[in-house]
Design a protein around this ligand. Sequence first.
Ligand SMILES: Nc1ncnc2c1ncn2[C@@H]1O[C@H](COP(=O)(O)OP(=O)(O)OP(=O)(O)O)[C@@H](O)[C@H]1O
Length: 611
Amino acid sequence: MADGYYEDEAPLQGFRLSSFRRVLAFGRPYLGVFVLVIVIALVVAGFEIGLPLVFAQVIDAADTGDAERAWLMMPIYAFLVAVLVAAIMAFINLVGGVSARVAHDIRRDSFDRLQDLEFGYFDVRPTGWLMSRLTSDCNKIARIMGWATLDLAWGSATILVVAVVLFLNDFVLASIVMGTVPLLAVAGRWFQVRLLETARLVRKTNSRVTATYNESILGVRTTKTLVQEDNNARDFEAVSARMMNESMAHALYGAAFMPTIGVICSLGVAGALWFGGDHVIAGVITIGILSMFMHFATFLQEPVKEMARQLTMIQSAQASAERITDLLETEPKIRDSEAVLERIAAYGGDEPGLACDGLPNHIRRVRFEGVTFGYKPDRPVLHDFSLAVEPGQTIALVGPTGGGKSTIVSLLCRFYEPTHGRILIDEHDVQDRSLSWYQSRLGIVLQQPHLFTGTVAENIRYGRLDASDDAVAEAAALVRADAFIDRLKDGYQTQVGSGGVLLSTGQKQLIALARAVIADPEIFVMDEATSSVDTETERLIQDAIERVLEKRIAFVIAHRLSTIRSADRILVIQNGRMTESGRHEELLGQNGHYAQLYRDHLVSWDEMQRA
Ligand SMILES: Nc1ncnc2c1ncn2[C@@H]1O[C@H](COP(=O)(O)OP(=O)(O)OP(=O)(O)O)[C@@H](O)[C@H]1O
């Protein structure tokens, strides 16, 4: 099994500038910094080339016994080095800063977009895939924007100025030395592509090795009881051997890269020496100039290698750029319509009794009107569902697994929108109301509630950010969570751990209940919210919930008889259809699916809990 982070590293594709159009826009606010980076890169290139020229002067001065000229070169050399040091420090600082800012901007926009997207978007994209967008893709693009700008500017300026200096001094020697540049470029590119591809393979297989370790450690009991050690060892041997081969291939390319570059450079040095000696003897050039040619013959590998590396990195980042563009350009399917936005803008007031969209700030009735829905529009999982509910009514949804209960509450919460039919809030289509207003009127407690890293109090307050400590304690007391919270080491200040791992499922459910209650919602949705607390606690919660629900609309997906029995209406949902509807006694009288469910499952479940 892979962790999903490296799985989608696409093979290198042909370069398309259009892939970068959207992400390049993130560099626009920092255009001034990029221009400065380019200027500094040119200065560095110029001054780096100045150094061998100074050496040439010193060698020639020594050759002709011109001590004054030799000494004169010292302050020039010191000046060049000082400027180079300052420029290198400046560009590292500038490029690091601009990369961090661009990464921040891309991350922020991607995160904002993720928050706006509807559930359907997340249904088809694994968490690992989305995490990669927010982390590695953002960083990759930002790093490349900074360093590629610098290295490409520096590299091309260096090669150009070296070429000019060499050709001005000796055409033949310059042709020999510069002739190695295309060879260096081809070799540099060839190796960089192979190194990148083999490094990716190693990372990908490494993630498999890690996952295999992880599985074998977590599943050690199951493995031993099923006597699967030999099979596991064989599987691990195969994946580990694969990683060994890929690592060796990577090491081989790495080992061959520098010697190959070295051989090409020495061709330039040898050519310069071969013809340069003659030219010195003939007085065409001095020894100092010959030494400069030899220096450049080896130095040129640096800009060529860097440029080849950056071009490969740009190419490898193309898929990241496309994925970020895809995320940023995905328009949320569920959001306020133009008409709602216009109404919100036109109203702009805060009269009591009116919501931000200028319509009533309360919910007196929810009505499903012939709602049909499919996660894929051509495959409906809910058919022609109609229902009207008023405050004070609790609807219990029961039925076989996969029947469509969660789908109904997801539609009620506007996590998805009906394929056909409407959901009405006081005679207004829910799609004509402000999405954020509507969802702020909902209190939702899921079977596996998610808690955020932080304290118990912070998690309860998440339901209403301005709630006082007293209000937090009140909400906890209402759902009977106060007893266990008081027993925790730091009470309300106890850390719950990532996702609430430091608490039991029942305790998480109680906190999630308090979090929902504190928001004072008008519609309450519970998906088997009390399935993991003990019977005594559940009875206490049940009392509390009944009080909480008194004046609210409630939808409960509950498997417990006690929860279902007290509902005002029980709906049996089978194969996406409401097949029975009524109070507990009425449904028992019908002797249909509910009566059977009651006999086969609900009674025994409750008895089991009481035992
Ligand atoms: N996110 C989704 N994407 C695609 N299909 C889904 C999705 N969620 C549910 N389904 C399908 O929709 C149908 C109804 O599922 P739903 O979760 O509403 O049933 P349920 O009655 O709540 O089941 P359970 O009691 O097991 O929770 C099932 O066939 C299920 O496979």
